[in-house]
Design a binder for this molecule. Structure first.
Ligand code: PLP
Length: 402
């Protein structure tokens, strides 16, 4: 591989890469577990895992071996033919979620897109077409047109309007507003059990009951978008059931491939019965490489004890964050579960991200004032202590400037 300096990399990107991302000035070249290394050989503790993707950490030996072996055997054949791994993966996901069928795609937004289409298809097949979706304020479901249509942030939406008509946004945890909005025209209610991009905001169990009640009165389907909160992130396979919510459809992505692009829509039998050949598709979706990576991840998640590990270290992280928060008046609230946490600040979170980076800890800013943590699921207590120590120093530096 050609070696280049950070300046050369930045100049070349500035010239040729479409400027949709405002990157931080660091170039990573290598990773190991929870650690990343930049072009200068500096080491960082990664509390973000590529936005919840590097679930097994970086350069996980088992995942690396599985991917290399699969690449040397067969990567892709398309969905025109069978291969041995897609059914195995669907079966494993069915056991984990209780939803018996899976449609495979390549990203979170595609998983959401599939769920929205399947919800519309369900009502179309029943001869009672319903076009409307209920979504929530502060939601984020992705950037393709359907997913963007149920995403509330005006900044993402406005340049691309008109989006899908018939989407209504309800304030989160406002049962009355929800009940008033859901009707017999509602195809589905789409909810993130923990709003991720919106600032790490869990739904309350009471609100989850209101969703269930509104859905059962009107027949509206429930879509749980677990792209960020699912697959062990909270110490549970999925967070919807923890809230008492039993969705008809679940979208997943991020953690599933440990870095290999793979997403899926998990579908109830009732919805699956309304889908016909040709209704949806993806050239890459569920190819051998993606399925092999996802199977390797699931081996670690249930067989490898990762769920129990997250539950344990998640408690440790929560305690460390609450202790740290008590020292810094800048931190207003600590929210989350397992290994997804948001620190709500009294002001813009950007300076904390910069100071963290300078001290070798990676976190990110979401919803302007929230510092978000989504570490690899394999992080240990010792690594948590070291990383939170660095974050504490970053908060100290930002607080001293105020
Ligand atoms: C809840 C949720 N849904 C969907 C998406 C979109 O996923 P992707 O960026 O893989 O398309 C995200 C991404 O952050 C997400 O957090």
């Amino acid at each position: 591989m050609e070696t280049t300096t950070i300046d050369e990399i930045q100049v070349r990107e500035a010239r040729h890469v479409l400027q949709t991302y405002k990157r931080l000035p660091v170039t990573f070249v290598r990773g190991e577990g929870v650690r990343l290394y930049d072009t200068e050989g500096r080491e960082y503790l990664d509390l973000l895992s590529g936005i919840g993707v590097a679930s097994l950490g970086h350069a996980h030996p088992g995942l690396a071996r599985a991917i290399a072996d699969q690449a040397q055997t067969l990567i892709h054949t398309s969905n025109l033919f069978y291969h041995p791994l897609q059914g195995q993966l669907a079966e494993r996901l069915a056991k984990l979620s209780g939803l018996p069928r899976a449609f495979f795609c390549n990203s979170g937004t595609e998983a959401v897109e599939a769920c929205l289409k399947f919800a519309r298809r369900y009502w179309h097949t029943r001869g009672e077409p319903r076009a409307e979706f209920i979504a929530f304020e502060n939601s984020f479901h992705g950037r393709t047109f359907g997913a963007l249509s149920v995403t509330s942030n005006e900044h993402y939406r406005a340049p691309f309007e008109p989006l899908l008509p018939g989407v209504r946004f309800v304030p989160v945890n406002d049962a009355k507003a929800l009940t008033a909005a859901v009707s017999r025209s509602t195809a589905a209610i789409i909810a993130e059990p923990i709003q991720g991009e919106g600032g790490v905001r869990p739904l309350t169990p009471a609100f989850a009951s209101a969703i269930t009640a509104a859905a059962s009165t009107t027949g509206a389907l429930i879509i749980a978008d677990e792209v960020q909160s699912g697959l062990g992130r909270t110490g549970y396979p999925f967070y919807a059931p923890v809230l008492g919510l039993h969705p008809d459809l679940i979208s997943i992505g991020k953690a599933l491939g440990g870095g290999v692009a793979v997403g899926a829509a998990l579908v109830s039998q009732k919805v699956a019965d309304t889908i016909a050949f040709g209704d949806h598709g993806s050239t890459y979706g569920g190819n051998l490489l993606a399925c092999r990576a996802a199977l390797c991840f699931l081996d670690e998640l249930d067989g490898g004890g990762l769920l129990a590990h997250v539950a344990r270290v998640g408690d440790h992280l929560e305690r460390a964050l609450r202790t740290m928060a008590a020292r810094h008046p800048l931190i207003k609230e600590v929210r989350g579960a397992g290994l997804i946490w948001g620190l709500e600040l009294t002001s813009d979170a950007a300076p904390v991200i910069q100071e963290g980076l300078a001290r070798g800890v990676i976190v990110n800013r979401t919803a302007e004032t929230v510092v978000r943590l989504l570490p690899p699921l394999v992080i240990t207590e010792t690594e948590i202590d070291e990383a939170v120590g660095r974050l504490d120093a970053a908060f100290g530096a930002v607080g001293a400037d105020k």
